[in-house]
Design a binder for this molecule. Structure first.
Ligand code: SF4
Length: 772
């Protein structure tokens, strides 16, 4: 088997790429096509009755939380029709599917054969219906009882020379209850090796905001969107990645807000929205979203933000006291003068050039902001997954505090999280760098000494696997290999493990590139009914705006041989720790109320958890900056203006900037289909979006087959057979879908301070594909 086939879903020959159909790039998102696409998936996977039952309860009070992104539900009235988007419906279709993988499936399909399929084909196989085990040297997964599975994992963990030879990954789907018990088990076992998906997405946000405002989370609520004057959206594509945000943007526009979109690619969901829940939308009438679209170069955001700040400063000098909020600056910030001196070093034309945006457009942006005080800035991976991701988030904070746009209605910081409980996982102490105070509290409540040393994050875990320092990898959800950078390197690392274990709902590539021994433990999905000890249980999650809400599945699980994540953790803890544990795992396995009671004792803000979470709509966690109070460890009660320089890019003349993006038929590593209809792509994922002038210069035609190369650190990384597609993107910039292009993201190209892989910027060379 060729390495390329099992490590990434590569095309094997050029003919496979001939099905690609190109269509016009769209200028609006959703509308009837979104409804149709959602329904086709639901009916195909779950059938009418099961599908409709699920959709009706999704994101409703008393229903279950969508396992897609972390966009919040309305606090008050929710839609009587549908409180979900196309991608939420597709996420439900994936998990509510009636296709299941039984012992026969695994007997008939070897790991090698399954690994030849692409990620889309693997994902479409169905739900895993029982625990399976791949013994050392075996070719096929085979059934194993739950007891035997836990015993094998427990024996393996107990046989390690040190608990630090194991790592325990968490994906953003894991509930608060399961996350808390998971970190408790891992810490009682003796390690802080708790890599999580946050390490790969908003870690830069967490680091920057914790340092600046004292909390690693955003400060706005959904209602702030309806009371704001300007919304800036940077490096975020809501039409595909957080689609219900479009409803909030539409309402904000109706209330008079303006929108500034900052993104290298033109994205339909930033330009217009046809709301399928309104008569207007159904009639095909578009709400125009972005009033100003700044098509910044990849990683040109820092220069652009500085240019806007510089123009605002000029306006402030012309109209003293009218542009900047001096009262806020004086009472709640420090470093203002140093910041202005820093800003003065830059030439405005140079900043515009570095941003790749015409100065006249930047002036328009500054004009839109200068008289306004209620400003919200939203951002996502387009900002965080860069070498200077932490500094760019801090530059966003600089702009917000110049305007005093924080701690009051209609204003603030809005990092938008991409996975439903990724923020909650961290609140539940899934963190490789634990806070001493939290460890003290664990000790007080449970009576064991938790480890204090920092563990491995995602990148460090992969490197440790490679170096033979990690022997066991346990993944609570996710598709680690497809989510992580440097696919070939990461696959090599995973193969060096003695044991890999995945708690999963569906088959994915990470089950097929494994350690010497491997196990898959099938778990319930969000929409599945979760009955433990004869009682229907519910879980809870935290959305992007810090609301904790209950989630109660109601669909009949497709197999009786699956367990909830919380049960799996408790059973694993018993099998591993046995009588040396001081935790009553039986109690927590049987009652999620008991889990919430103990969370309430350990984590501030969760007092009365069981009672508050039963309130329809849930409850907000405390968020001091939202109320104008700031308290960071380093800077006390004042927000420090950050002085960061512009990024320096050393590129060869024939190199391009490349960013990885999702298609519209994709949620993180789950591929729903092969289209990306907003960008006009059908039937293919191995495409590279290029500026037409760049294509002409390089002699590429639309449809040209090319190979992509990255040479970071003197190592050649290649991704073969991509098709060139002309697209509206700045010159010198290109975009490709992940996970196909992850092979080009170097493991050691990471953001400073947050160690997040730089998946939004690597330098590549593009060469015509040569057969053979
Ligand atoms: S916006 Fe996000 S949370 Fe809401 S339904 Fe869509 S994918 Fe799910």
């Amino acid at each position: 088997m060729s390495k390329e086939i099992d490590e990434q879903p590569a095309a094997e020959n050029p003919e496979e790429l001939l099905d690609l159909k190109l269509d016009d790039q769209k200028e609006w998102a959703a509308g009837i096509p979104a409804v149709t696409a959602a329904m086709v998936d639901i009916l195909h996977e779950a059938g009418f009755v099961r599908g409709m039952e699920g959709l009706f309860k999704m994101n409703k009070k008393g229903g279950f939380d969508c396992s897609g992104c972390a966009w919040p539900d309305p606090d008050d009235d929710r839609s009587p029709i549908a409180e979900y988007c196309e991608n939420g419906a597709k996420a439900l279709a994936e998990e509510a599917t009636t296709k299941k993988l039984t012992a026969e499936f695994f007997a008939q399909n070897s790991v090698t054969d399954l690994a030849k399929l692409n990620d889309y084909e693997i994902g479409k196989k169905g739900r895993i219906a029982q625990p399976v085990y791949l013994p050392k040297g075996a070719t096929h997964y085979q059934p194993i009882s739950w007891d035997d599975a836990f015993k094998k994992i427990g024996d393996k963990l107990n046989g390690l020379a040190s608990p630090n030879e194991a790592a325990f990954y968490t994906s953003g789907r894991t509930s608060n209850e399961a996350s808390f018990m998971y970190q408790l088990f891992v810490r009682e076992y003796g390690t802080n090796n708790l890599p999580d998906c946050s390490n790969m997405c908003h870690e830069s946000t967490g680091v920057a905001l914790a340092d600046s405002i004292g909390i690693g989370k955003g400060t706005v609520t959904l209602n702030d969107f309806y009371d704001t004057e300007v919304i800036i959206i940077i490096g975020q594509n809501p039409g595909t990645n957080h689609p219900r945000m479009l409803t909030a943007l539409q309402k904000a526009k109706e209330k008079g807000s303006k929108i500034i979109a900052i993104n290298p690619l033109y994205e339909a969901g930033l330009m217009g929205f046809k709301n399928p829940q309104t008569v207007k939308g159904l009639l095909g009438i578009t709400t125009h979203l972005a009033d100003l679209y700044l098509q910044v170069k990849i990683n040109g955001d820092m220069a652009l933000l500085k240019a806007i700040e510089k123009l605002l400063y000029k306006a402030e000098l012309e109209n003293p006291g009218k542009v900047f909020d001096h009262e806020f600056i004086m009472n709640s910030t420090k470093g203002y003068v140093a910041f202005l001196n820093h800003l003065n070093q830059y030439d405005i034309d140079h900043l515009a050039q570095e941003a790749g945006v015409p100065l006249a457009q930047i002036e328009q942006a500054a004009d839109m902001l200068k008289d306004k005080t209620r400003i919200i800035i939203c951002w996502a991976m387009g900002v965080t997954q860069h070498k200077n991701g932490v500094d760019t988030v801090k530059e966003i904070v600089n702009l917000i505090i110049l305007k005093g746009s924080i701690g009051k209605p209609g204003a603030g910081l809005c990092p938008v999280r991409g996975h439903s409980n990724v923020q909650g996982n961290r609140t539940m102490m899934i963190y490789d760098k634990p806070y001493p105070k939290q460890m003290d509290r664990l000790k007080e409540v449970f009576g064991f000494e938790p480890p204090r040393d920092h563990g491995y994050d995602v990148v460090e875990s992969i490197q440790a696997m490679h170096e033979g320092k990690l022997k066991v990898f346990f993944a609570m959800g996710g598709n680690f290999l497809s989510a992580t950078p440097d696919t070939t390197y990461t696959a090599e690392a995973l193969r060096k493990l003695e044991m890999s274990v995945h708690v999963s709902t569906k088959l994915n590539r990470s089950h097929l590139v494994h350690g010497e021994e491997a196990l898959i433990l099938p778990t319930l999905s969000r929409s599945d009914k979760d009955v433990v000890n004869g009682e229907a249980q519910f879980i809870s999650c935290e959305n992007s705006m810090g609301v904790i809400q209950m989630s109660k599945g109601m669909l009949e699980p497709i197999s009786k041989d699956m367990m909830s994540e919380n049960q799996i953790v408790c059973r694993l803890a018993k099998a591993t720790l046995g009588s040396r544990s001081v935790v009553d795992w039986d109690k927590y396995e049987k009652s999620y109320d008991a889990v919430r009671d103990v969370i309430a004792k350990v984590i501030p803000g969760f007092e009365g958890y069981n009672q508050k979470v039963r309130t329809p709509g849930g409850f907000y966690l405390p968020n001091a900056p939202r109320t104008g109070k700031f308290e960071s460890e380093k800077h006390g009660s004042r927000i420090l203006f950050n002085l960061a320089g512009l990024p320096k890019h050393e590129m060869a003349a024939d190199e391009y900037r490349m960013t990885t993006i999702r298609s519209h038929d994709q949620f993180n590593t789950t591929i729903y289909g092969l289209d990306d209809r907003y960008r006009g792509i059908h039937n293919e994922r191995r495409v590279i979006f290029m500026n037409e002038q760049d294509m002409q210069k390089a002699g590429f035609k639309s449809g040209e087959q090319v190979d992509l190369y990255n040479n970071f650190g003197g190592v050649e990384r290649a991704a073969h057979l991509f098709v060139v597609v002309p697209y509206s993107i700045p010159q010198g910039c290109t975009a490709t879908y992940y996970p196909e292009a992850n092979v080009l993201i170097p493991i050691d190209s990471v953001a400073k301070q947050s160690n997040t892989p730089t998946s939004k910027l690597v330098f590549i060379k593009i060469k015509k594909h040569k057969a053979g």
